[in-house]
Design a protein around this ligand. Structure first.
Ligand code: FAD
Length: 640
């Protein structure tokens, strides 16, 4: 017999370590002790099973104890909770939860892969039978069964992190009216507020009732329902409640064994993932990691790191001298039609470190299309990247319908390999019109960042506009007049980009010119023209589109729905429906087309517009209101 390795926890990190150990060492004795009834299940798939997207419960069970035991010759013991570690004698105390018996198990090496558990704060009334957390298969079964038996029509999801959002979406798919409660002013904490606003808008369009900046004070039973009392004095009534307010590491075992923990309860390990006891390794959600960007200590509970760490611990136990270089928090979540991804630090985290915008870090915002605009079906996305004055990428975020994961993965890879913004300009990425553009959105981010560092772009963020002295600046809107009808930043004057060279005399040379267009590109061109003529100027990052989403207040707004736009000339009776396909058009294309079509239409005719840009519904509505037309409805469509 070779060495004996005991693994506590048999899901992501634990199962991964066990399989790798066996592949490296056929003679090792490997024991998995798992307190639950399942090993290696797909935690990440649980919300989709509840939503009916994953149809079969069995699909969630990636491995059974029997299959894993058979294939890898591993002694897998479920319903077996480790309650103590005797480090001196290298033994763990195991409680058989089925029989209620306790026994000792010896080890040469111990791997702690105990994961984390959902936080359940002592809110009064939290013990009600229709209030659930979602973490494992039994939780999932409970929720499923409750839904089948009680047929709930309304749900409150508490917590706007990725599990809360996935649950909100999946419950909505099951036909429930969903309210989301989040204590922070935004959902998805890894995003900057302005990026999260795109999610807020989308949640609102999808009919989710958003309650931001408020927490739960109390749960009260009212008949068969639960009244969720909020800290802002309001209440929400629901047939069921999902709690998804964060996780805490399962480190009591490590703590009782005298291993070192950080202030959040994360187990301290060295770069080999060894605790201070050389025979005990720890991996996954339960450990503190170094952040890849700057080496600072962090808790980053994600499946990818847990799986990789399991493998590294196994490698080291088998004498391979592998190190874990840190986590960067790369994550992605689907939210109805949107994909939301991020890697590295966001702006709040940078500022918490004392870094100052415009000095210690810079940011660029870009609103490209997922692929060449002339090829059918390009989808808009929003990318944001933070970087240091030396060009090091500090973090990036992306929200959109298509190609978002790919862009964040490329950025995460560049970060992992030590590249910076300049390397983004050099990346040669796969291109053909259905997939990307000859200058991929990631290349474009690199060009933008390069320009910022070279002083060729001076940008201003939407949240800096309020601090400007109106007597010292000119706010210049370089969009076409028709776009101005969609709304404007108060106080702006309009000179379309193509007229700027001839009308520059209208601008006061003693004032700084703050330029904006729809998404930032024409604004950039305008700042180049203006700076060549000696004007001090800055371009609004992300343009009016990004500004408009960022400044909206989605708290407490009644949810809406929809997508297909129908605009009519003010009559109640419709004589003819004219169709317009505005999918994938570059701004100001779609609204120009609407304008052209409407000009040629008769009173009483209705224009039905098919669009892919999620910002277009608001534009069309604003345009209709400004031009005396009537906006009839918007609805989602599978067409196109
Ligand atoms: P786990 O996989 O949680 O395994 C720990 C195991 O240890 C548990 O089964 C537990 O029962 C067992 N255990 C604990 N204490 C003891 C003990 N004393 N004795 C015996 N056994 C013990 N991450 C992503 O990256 N992407 C996603 O899309 C994603 N979606 C998720 C969706 C949901 C609903 C959930 C719950 C999690 C999701 N995660 C996602 C997080 C991801 O699942 C975790 O980061 C990952 O599983 C952590 O791996 P781990 O091995 O550290 O812990």
């Amino acid at each position: 017999m070779g060495k004996k390795v005991v693994i506590v926890g048999g899901v992501a990190g634990g199962a991964s370590a066990a399989a790798r150990l066996r592949r490296l060492d056929e003679s090792a004795e490997i024991v998995i002790l798992e307190r639950g009834s399942y090993i290696s299940f797909a935690n990440c798939g649980l919300p989709y099973y509840i939503g009916g997207v994953i149809g079969e419960r069995e699909s969630l069970l990636l491995q059974t104890p029997e299959k894993m035991g058979g294939r890898f010759n591993i002694d897998v013991r479920i319903n077996s909770e480790v309650t103590g570690i005797d480090r001196d004698n290298r033994q763990v105390l195991v409680r058989n939860l089925e029989k209620g018996t306790t026994y000792k198990e010896s080890y040469d090496y111990l791997i702690l892969a105990t994961g984390s558990s959902p936080v359940a704060p002592p809110i009064p009334g939290i013990e009600q039978a229709n209030i659930f957390s979602l973490w494992n298969i039994p939780d999932t079964d409970r929720i499923k069964e409750y839904m089948e038996v009680h047929r709930p029509e309304t749900a409150v999801v508490v917590g706007g992190g990725f599990i809360g959002l996935e649950m909100a979406e999946n419950l909505a798919h099951q036909g429930l009216a969903v309210s989301l409660v989040e204590m922070l002013p935004q959902v998805m904490a890894p995003l900057d507020f302005d990026m999260a606003q795109i999610l807020h808008e989308h949640l609102f369009q999808e009919g989710i009732d958003l309650n931001l900046g408020t927490g739960v004070k109390e749960f009260e039973k009212v008949g068969r329902r639960t009244r969720v009392r909020l800290s802002d004095g309001r209440h929400l009534d629901a047939d069921m409640v999902i709690l998804a307010i964060g996780v805490k590491p399962n480190s009591l075992l490590a703590q009782k064994a005298g291993l070192d923990l950080n202030m959040f309860g994360g187990v301290l390990v060295d770069e080999h993932l060894r605790t201070k006891d050389p025979n005990i390794y720890a991996v996954g959600d339960v450990i503190e990691v170094a952040h890849l960007v700057d080496g600072e200590k962090a808790m980053i509970p994600l499946a990818g790191p847990a799986n990789k760490q399991g493998r590294i611990a196994a490698d080291n136990i088998c004498g391979m001298d592998r190190t874990y270089r840190g986590s960067q928090g790369t994550s992605v979540v689907k939210l109805f039609d949107l994909s939301v991804a991020s890697t590295g630090y966001n702006e709040k985290q940078l500022q918490k470190k004392g870094l100052r915008r415009g000095q210690d870090y810079f940011s660029v915002v870009s609103l490209p299309k997922s692929h060449a605009e002339y090829y059918p079906g390009p989808m808009p996305m929003t990318l944001k990247m933070h970087f240091s004055p030396e060009g090091k990428i500090l973090g990036a975020q992306a929200v959109g319908q298509e190609g978002v994961d790919k862009r964040i993965d490329v950025l995460a890879t560049v970060m992992r390999l030590g590249g910076g913004v300049h390397q983004l300009t050099e990346l040669e990425l796969a291109y053909a019109p259905p997939f990307s553009s000859a200058k991929d959105p990631v290349n474009m981010l690199g060009f933008m960042a390069d320009n910022v560092l070279a002083g060729k772009i001076t940008a201003i963020s939407w949240d800096e506009l309020g601090g400007l002295d109106p007597d010292k600046i000119v706010l210049l809107d370089v969009r076409e007049p028709i776009e101005v009808q969609l709304g404007q930043i108060p106080g702006a004057i309009n000179i379309p980009l193509d007229q700027l060279r001839h009308r520059m005399g209208e601008l006061d040379p003693d004032r700084e010119i703050i330029v904006y267009c729809a998404v930032g590109l024409r604004g950039y061109l305008a700042t180049r023209i203006l700076s060549h003529h000696g004007y001090a100027c800055r371009n609004l990052s992300g343009g009016f589109r990004f500004y408009q989403t960022a400044v909206q207040d989605f708290r407490g707004a009644a949810p809406g729905s929809g997508f297909r736009q129908v605009v009519s000339g003010g009559q109640d009776t419709c004589s003819r429906v004219i169709e317009l396909d505005a999918c994938g058009m570059q701004c100001p294309g779609p609204i120009m087309k609407v304008n052209e079509k409407m000009a040629a239409m008769e009173e009483g005719e209705v224009l039905e517009i098919l669009a892919t840009d999620p910002g277009f519904p608001a534009d069309a509505q604003a345009w209709a209101e400004k031009t005396g037309n009537r906006f009839i409805s918007r609805e989602k469509s599978d067409r196109g």
